[in-house]
Design a protein. Structure first.
Ligand SMILES: Nc1ncnc2c1ncn2[C@@H]1O[C@H](COP(=O)(O)OP(=O)(O)OP(=O)(O)O)[C@@H](O)[C@H]1O
Ligand SMILES: [Mg+2]
Length: 308
């Protein structure tokens, strides 16, 4: 079945900016990826294998009614609008309705970074554990990070005359699995469009990197205080709008010396935690050192790009 031949309910389409995870497959009607409901500004994630899907649904529901630590986490994950049943390829499935983190972006750059040296959960079989340990070995063991996929807009050759023209580059998990630590760092620089560019673009890049760092630090601050949950095989989704990179806006309000909402880089840069199919209660009230190790090294990588 060609991707375009998927039988989708009216008003929904495949999420074009999906860079990793389970996707639609040509010859397998059972394989379902994320959908987009662009009018509502949300994406729909199919519930995964029964235990995993239920766990993720419970996680989002627990945030909605959660106590202090969980309530604070809400700002770092996509907003959740509840489950929804839809018929896809003639089979009814349950989806999670989530805020589309690329909403409103004209040229969305999206990177999925999987967190932690350990990506198998406490219930994993020995076999699953071995499979996970054999994947993304180089980056995962040293950095506690791996790269299942990304897409980035980059200036095309004719950029000097037509600065708005851009080409899109996409890579999936095979690329990520081949990366060394050095390759990972270079790929991050590529993703943030670091290059010999016009001065204007450099200013935009600096805004971008500082905003990414600010959001990463906030997530780290949350992890440093919480003792409730451990996140296995969870990702950070880093999204920004390439269309805003070359032109940090100079609105009237900024010229007058104060910032408006659209001048705030948070309006075009989003770093959010996603993929909660393997979230477990913390063992013996311990902090999630596994996730924090990856997060700290991601912060170091972004800092080294900013300061080079
Ligand atoms: N809220 C969101 N907004 C925009 N894009 C999203 C959002 N959630 C997920 N995506 C896209 O979909 C991809 C896959 O998402 P996710 O990791 O949650 O699914 P998965 O890996 O298939 O899940 P599972 O491990 O539960 O089977 C992400 O890499 C990202 O490109
Ligand atoms: Mg995933």
């Amino acid at each position: 079945m060609a991707q375009s031949e998927q039988e989708l309910p009216e008003g929904f389409r495949q999420l074009k900016t999906q860079v990793a995870g389970h996707t639609f497959e040509e010859s397998n009607a059972e394989a379902v990826g994320l959908l987009q409901d662009s009018r509502a500004g949300c994406v729909l994630k199919p519930l995964g294998k029964p235990e995993c899907g239920e766990r993720e649904l419970r996680f989002y529901e627990s945030l909605a009614s959660g106590d202090n630590d969980l309530a604070l986490l809400r700002g770092h994950v996509p907003r959740f609008y509840g489950p929804l049943k839809l018929v896809v390829n003639r089979r009814e499935r349950t989806f999670l309705r989530l805020e589309d983190l690329t909403r409103g972006m004209r040229q969305p750059c999206v990177m999925d970074v999987k967190m932690g040296k350990r990506t198998w959960d406490p219930a994993a079989s020995l076999n699953k554990r071995k499979l996970e340990e054999a994947k993304y070995v180089k980056c995962k063991q040293e950095l506690g990070l791996c790269l299942p996929g990304f897409q980035v807009y980059r200036p095309s050759r004719s950029d000097e005359e037509h600065p708005k023209e851009a080409t899109i580059l996409r890579h999936g998990k095979d690329y990520g699995k081949s990366l060394s630590v050095e390759g990972f760092k270079q790929t991050m620089a590529l993703f943030f469009n670091i290059s010999r560019d016009s001065r204007n673009r450099r200013a935009g890049t600096e805004l971008l990197l500082n905003e990414v760092l600010r959001q990463l630090q906030e997530i780290l601050a949350w992890f440093q205080r919480q003792r409730q949950l451990h996140f296995y095989a969870s990702s950070l989704l880093i999204c920004y709008d390439y269309a805003r990179l070359g032109n940090p806006p100079m609105s009237q309000s900024l010229l007058n010396g104060h910032r408006s909402k659209e001048d705030d880089p948070a309006s075009w840069v989003q770093v959010r935690m996603i993929d909660f199919a393997h979230v477990y209660p913390a063992e013996q009230g311990q902090p999630d050192e596994n996730y924090m190790f990856g997060l700290r090294s991601l912060i170091q990588v972004v800092q080294s790009i900013l300061h080079r």
